[in-house]
Design a protein around this ligand. Structure first.
Ligand code: ADP
Length: 399
């Protein structure tokens, strides 16, 4: 089965093509073709990078309206060609950030599903419109090909009411103000992969999955089911992130508005784009730049790092409390996969759980490896998250 995966955002579009057999390997294969369209590199337009047939090609793209068609055209033309015709595609899987409370699994896209994604635009204003645009373009080019929405919120729909309902007047919950959680595709993939790596049934494991990238979230997973997560109504809640503050006293935004006469947009910008590592350090949202500054003695960078770790350890503690125990701590995404210092410092605060890191392994691990010490009562895995592969599998199972 030939599966096209599309991850359409406001500033970039990522896409890849997999060929799936009946046998699904534990370790994801390389995609046959990969494309990344980035609108943030130049003022004039987008840069499309395509990788296939062992070559990498870059193309300038001027118009957003036709960009996806240009991107898909590289599947069937010139050096990047991997298909004779786009009609060979059996299914298209779309990453959809917000599926609300209703969609608890990947779902074949119908007019009703499209309407639901449109209705959720107020809750995901940067993402859901881009997803819809992608779905409509595919519909136009390949009207016969089934499309499947794979929701980032779906994995969290199992979270029980006490972890989902905010202690606000109940009528707001009835109108949709609740914890949705995000990064669900990544957490779900990591949980499955953890069971494979440890060769244990997923149902026997209590897992805390730490997705630490520019956005950061934790998920508490028991019997393969998510029972708690740190992100909430929006991806702003929970851990400190690159530019997002995470959880703060909810009175603070109200105080800022009153005291400095700020409007909603400005406060939203402060909390989402000017806080986190960037806001505290005044240097960067990127942990690599923070660590460099710490090495040269920058105190603000050190403070930002300390806050990040303090909040991360506390939030892991909260997830462990929800699980009533911990078998596996999983690190994934840009920071989780690459920063041995974050893993070391985080684990150093969790020895009360009987967790012992193998420090040498933490520095020299291979992908999808267990870096816990032999005598550790909690396993510590570093998993390379493969959201596109997970989307491809879930989409293929719907048709
Ligand atoms: P996104 O959340 O946008 O998908 P990623 O998961 O790719 O982002 O994570 C990006 C972040 O990972 C970067 O901002 C950077 O802080 C961090 N990162 C990547 N490589 C390293 C590294 N070697 N050491 C520390 N941090 C890293």
């Amino acid at each position: 089965m030939i599966v096209l995966v599309l991850n359409a955002g406001s500033s970039s579009q990522k896409s890849c093509l997999y060929i799936l057999d009946d046998f699904i390997p534990d370790t994801p294969p390389e995609p046959l073709w990969e494309a990344h369209l980035d609108w943030t590199v130049t003022q004039e337009g987008g840069i499309l990078t395509v990788k296939s047939n062992d070559i990498k090609q870059q193309i300038e793209v001027k118009q957003r309206e036709t960009a996806l068609k240009v991107l898909l055209n590289t599947l069937i033309t010139e050096e990047t060609k991997v298909l004779e015709s786009l009609e060979q595609i059996d299914v298209v899987g779309h990453r959809v950030v917000h599926g609300g409370a209703k969609y608890n699994q990947a779902t074949v896209i119908t007019p009703e599903v499209k309407q639901a994604i449109a209705d959720l635009i107020p809750l995901a204003p940067n993402h859901n419109p881009a997803h819809l645009a992608g779905i409509n373009t595919i519909e136009e080019i390949l009207p016969q090909v089934p499309q499947v929405a794979v929701f980032d919120t779906a994995f969290h729909t199992t979270i029980p009411p006490q972890a989902k309902v905010y202690p606000l007047p109940y009528e707001y919950y009835e109108q949709g103000v609740q914890r949705y959680g995000f990064h669900g595709i990544s957490h779900q993939y990591c949980a499955k992969r953890t069971a494979q790596v440890l060769q244990k049934p997923l149902k026997s494991l209590k897992i805390v999955s730490c997705h630490l990238g520019n956005g950061c979230s934790l998920a508490a997973i028991k019997d393969g089911i998510c029972i708690a997560t740190t992100m909430g109504f929006t991806p702003l809640e929970g851990l400190m992130m690159g530019t997002r503050c995470g959880s703060i006293d909810p009175q603070i935004p109200l105080y800022l508005m009153q005291k400095y006469d700020l409007d909603v947009e400005k406060v939203s910008q402060i909390l989402n784009q000017e806080s986190g590592f960037k806001g505290v350090s005044g240097i960067s949202a990127d942990l690599r730049a923070i660590l460099k500054a710490i090495a040269s003695g920058n105190q603000q960078a050190q403070l930002a790092f300390n806050i990040y770790l303090h909040r991360l350890r506390n939030a892991i503690g909260a997830m462990v409390a929800s699980l009533n125990g911990l078998d596996v701590l999983v690190f994934t995404a840009g920071v989780g996969e690459n920063s041995s210092i974050v893993r070391e410092k985080t684990c150093a605060g969790l020895t009360y759980l009987g967790l012992q890191l193998d420090l040498a392994k933490n520095n020299t691990f291979s992908v999808d490896d267990n870096i816990a010490a032999k005598n550790s009562s909690v396993q510590v895995l570093v998993i390379h998250t493969q959201e596109d592969w997970e989307i491809a599998i879930q989409a293929s199972m719907q048709v």
